[in-house]
Design a protein around this ligand. Sequence first.
Ligand SMILES: Cc1cc2nc3c(=O)[nH]c(=O)nc-3n(C[C@H](O)[C@H](O)[C@H](O)COP(=O)(O)OP(=O)(O)OC[C@H]3O[C@@H](n4cnc5c(N)ncnc54)[C@H](O)[C@@H]3O)c2cc1C
Length: 631
Amino acid sequence: MNHIEPSPPAHRDAPPSTCSLRQGIGSHALVVTALVKQVPKGDHSGRLDADGRLERAGAVAEMNPWCRRAVAQAVRLARETGGRSTAITMGPPAAVDVLREALAWGADDAVQLSDPALAGSDCLVTARALAATIRLLDDPPDLILVGNSSVDGSTGAVGAMLAELLGLPFTGPVLTLEPVDGRLRTTVQYDTGTESVTIDLPAVVAVAERSCDPAKAPADTWPPPDTVRQVTTADLPEAPWGLPASPTKVAQVHPAPLTRNPVIFRGHLQSQVDRALTELTARGCFKPHPTTSAPLTTPPYGRRTAGPAEKPAVASAPGEQAAAEVVVLVGAGPVEGTRALLGTAAALAAEIGGSVTAVTTVEGDRELGRWGADSVVVVDGEEPRAVARGLTGWLNGRQVWAVLGAALPWDREVLARLAVTSDAGLMSDLVSLSAKDGRLSGLKPSGGGTLAEIVSRGTPQIATLRTGLLPLRTPRVDRPLELHALHVEPDTAITRTERRTGDDGDALDRAEVVIGVGRGVPPDKYDELEPVRALLNAELAATRKVTDQGWLPHGRQIGITGRSVAPRMYLAVGLSGSLNHLAGAGRAGTLVAINTDPAAEIFAHCDVGLVADWQEVMPYLVDGLRSCVSG
Ligand SMILES: Cc1cc2nc3c(=O)[nH]c(=O)nc-3n(C[C@H](O)[C@H](O)[C@H](O)COP(=O)(O)OP(=O)(O)OC[C@H]3O[C@@H](n4cnc5c(N)ncnc54)[C@H](O)[C@@H]3O)c2cc1C
């Protein structure tokens, strides 16, 4: 096997890292590798061509925003400990630019893996190729940093897959990371708060977008392309690469369907508000919400109605193994998400004549059966690596058709690792799932208002889902559940302490009314929304552009890289309504939009729209709402 000799440390003048600098932390000189991806620049990144590959032609490309943080942290840690940093990318020849920028930022070394044979690689094959490239390095890294996700593929799975392939622990997305006594102390960011996690080195760590300022260097400071060392598949152990080797692929790209029937008002403000409130009253938006009966909500994608969580066509007798199982990983995410996942699994199981097995770390959750599970496996450990190992053994010899989980960090790591150990690949971050010709077919927003249809030829088919967009099905009657126990070994490489719940907690998940604010609402004007917020007893949420600016915390971000909510009413104020945002609000009962731009995307995806300046319309809305909510 070819090895890559480390190049001498760079002596160019690098811009100072803007991450916190502390000298001489820990005793170990860290060898840090940052994995970097080139992505199309701009909001519509991720647009796919007719073959389901990223449309790169004509697109301006740049370093993935999350990878910029990985580079910044790698350079900082290497400098602080007297170690070395290496940036690695896999991509077409033009992707050399992201490595030139990393070198300009201060990385000591850069390696590009580029080969036409890699075209069409899914995240499993990408992780495999990157792992093989890392193994070529003569100086094995203590720490491999990856961006938590990429703005184009948005799978967030490569880091955990890489860890599994290299036999390493994994954590992320991390906000802080400091070496302490030969280990790495990190703060992991969740939707609902943070956790202190200390991890043995070597390790793979995914870096959160808000972990530090991005590594950004002007193009005129980049060194020439020949400072980047090149690797091709000829340097890697022989293996099939690219599309033919990839268990998952994009089957088709569809325009996103319009699922609501928008009624848009414009003109005189008083008349707009009057007519909008009449419409909302007729839709029952101001009636007290029933809490006892489970609502049937309409999925924005896929089938429009959802029946009760179906009884499986083939019920297994106690102790007897079902014909085909749909396994659902029950993580620590919101209960509504678990319910939506189990309902979806039950519908799929009914179609294939199988049953649903819930795998959980919590004993005695009776709701799982009502929501769709036929049997429950209680795992006696929580560390994702250990759970993935346990599941790998447990799956052996069973007829498992699919394994599903939420697109949340814990489920993602377990399933990404399982995708490696079972060589099955991962369909990630789907917003809907259906059975097509006996196989799974999933949809995922893919930029430019389109949905990519993802299929897998792996066994089992493994998928993570954005549960906020799945239909909630009526719970079925209580039934006895088959219970099984699965022992997993502890993972001593990881120590978790101090879980902190952010002030946002679950308030957004429970809110019956959510006001989503976009960049059209400046933060110093939020108090002008207060009367409406108070009248509707609403929680405030935001678009990513808002949380990126730090106007509201990340925990308030709705969308594909934020939270999913399903309130009775979602009031979208001064936001454009990109699918990336609506992926988290699509399950709202009624979606109301206020925007000055009649061509804003939100007006195609709302129920009731007001073409107006939100500040001007607010006084009318407050007046009108007073009588609606009191009446
Ligand atoms: C991979 C990826 C993931 C993403 N994930 C998310 C995500 O999870 N969540 C998310 O929200 N976004 C996400 N985005 C970003 C998303 O695509 C949009 O860029 C973002 O949602 C737009 O934010 P905005 O609507 O606040 O801002 P803009 O697009 O700037 O829209 C502001 C809107 O306000 C209107 N406006 C301005 N002034 C007024 C006024 N006085 N009264 C009324 N209306 C006014 C304007 O007409 C405009 O429509 C993601 C992007 C990518 C590439």
